[in-house]
Design a protein around this ligand. Structure first.
Ligand code: AMP
Length: 282
C-alpha cells in the first residue's frame, strides 16, 4: 500500500488509475480504525479495482474542542490494517493542506442540520460536507462508502451529491456490531471498563422497543422504557448516563409518533461523558 501525506502526490497516483479506466472505491475515515471501517473496505473491494482510504481528523466537524483533542490516533496500526486489507492508497493529509487558512469557502447545510446530530453538534454537518466535497473532488472515486451507523451523515452526503451533481455513487454499508450488539466506534476505546459493560444495553433495549412498536405498542412509551433500562444499568455500574435524543423518525428525519414502514430509531447518549450514537430500523 502506498501512503500519501501530500495531496499532489495522492493525485498523481490516482491519475494513473483513472488514465487506465480502473474503477476506484473510496472510504473516507478519521482513523483509529476498527472492524466497522474494515467492513466498508471489504464491501468496496467487491465493487472496485482500486481502493483508496483517507484518514483525516477533520477539525471543522468538531464543535467540541475537547472531543477533537481527545480523538484517538493510531496511524501506524491503521497502516498495518489497511495494508493487510488490500488497500491500494492511504491519503493522510495535514489539516493545513486540507484546509488552507484563511478559509473563504465552506459548505452550508440547511434544515437537516437543525435536528438530531445537527442540533446537538452545531456546525458539524457543514464541516462534514465541506471535507467530503474536497475529498470527492480530489479522489474522483467511482463509488464512495459510508456507514449506516452515521445515518444522518449518509442523508446529508446523499443530498449534497445530488444537489451539486457530483458524479460519484454513494454506497451505504450496514452497521458492524460486536456480538453484544454494540456498534464498533473509534470512541469505544475511550469508554471505561464499567461503561463498556453497559454500552451495549442501548442497542439491546432499542431492539426490543422496535419489536414492540412493530407489534403495536405506543412508540413514545416503549422508547422511554428502553431509556429507563439503560439508565438503571448505568446506575448499577456507577456510570453517569445522559442522552441527547432517542427518537422514532421517518426517512426525512422527521420525528413521528405512530408506526409505519421505513421508520428508524436514532439515539445519542453519553456514558461518563463519552458520546455514542446508534440507530436501527424499526
Ligand atoms: P469515522 O472514522 O468514524 O468518521 O467513520 C468513517 C466511516 O466508517 C463512516 O462512514 C462511518 O459511518 C463508518 N463506520 C463507523 N463505524 C462503523 C460501524 N460500526 N459499522 C459500519 N460503518 C461504520
Amino acid at each position: 500500500m502506498k501512503s500519501s501525506y501530500k495531496l499532489d502526490e495522492a493525485r498523481e497516483t490516482i491519475d494513473i488509475w483513472r488514465g487506465n479506466r480502473e474503477s476506484i472505491g473510496f472510504v473516507p475515515t478519521m482513523g483509529a480504525l476498527h472492524k466497522g471501517h474494515l467492513s466498508l473496505i471489504e464491501r468496496a473491494k467487491r465493487d472496485n479495482k482500486r481502493i483508496v482510504v483517507s484518514i483525516f481528523v477533520n477539525p471543522l466537524q468538531f464543535n467540541d474542542k475537547n472531543d477533537f483533542d481527545n480523538y484517538p490516533s493510531t496511524l501506524e496500526q491503521d497502516q498495518l490494517l489497511l495494508d493487510e486489507a488490500g488497500v491500494d492508497l492511504l491519503i493522510a493529509p495535514a489539516a493545513s493542506e486540507m484546509h488552507p487558512q484563511p478559509m473563504n469557502f465552506a459548505m452550508s447545510v440547511k434544515s437537516i442540520s437543525d435536528v438530531y446530530e445537527g442540533q446537538f453538534r452545531p456546525g458539524h454537518f457543514d464541516g462534514v460536507a465541506t471535507v467530503v466535497a474536497k475529498l470527492l473532488l480530489l479522489v474522483g472515486p467511482s463509488r464512495v462508502y459510508f456507514g449506516e451507523k452515521d445515518i444522518q451523515q449518509c442523508y446529508v452526503i446523499k443530498r449534497m451529491v445530488e444537489e451539486f451533481h457530483f458524479p460519484n455513487v454513494i454506497e451505504i454499508v450496514e452497521t458492524y456490531r460486536e456480538a453484544s450488539g454494540l456498534a464498533f466506534s473509534s470512541r469505544n476505546t475511550r469508554l471505561s471498563d464499567a461503561s463498556k459493560r453497559i454500552a451495549p444495553s442501548m442497542y439491546q433495549n432499542l431492539l426490543r422497543a422496535a419489536k414492540e412498536i412493530r407489534d403495536g405498542s405506543d412508540p413514545a412509551t416503549v422508547i422511554n422504557v428502553a431509556i429507563e433500562k439503560v439508565a438503571e444499568a448505568a446506575k448499577r455500574e456507577a456510570v453517569e448516563f445522559g442522552y441527547d435524543y432517542v427518537e422514532l423518525i421517518d426517512q426525512n428525519f422527521k420525528s413521528v409518533a405512530q408506526y409505519s414502514e421505513g421508520l428508524r430509531i436514532v439515539a445519542a447518549w453519553t456514558l461518563d461523558g463519552v458520546r455514542l450514537i446508534d440507530n436501527l430500523s424499526v
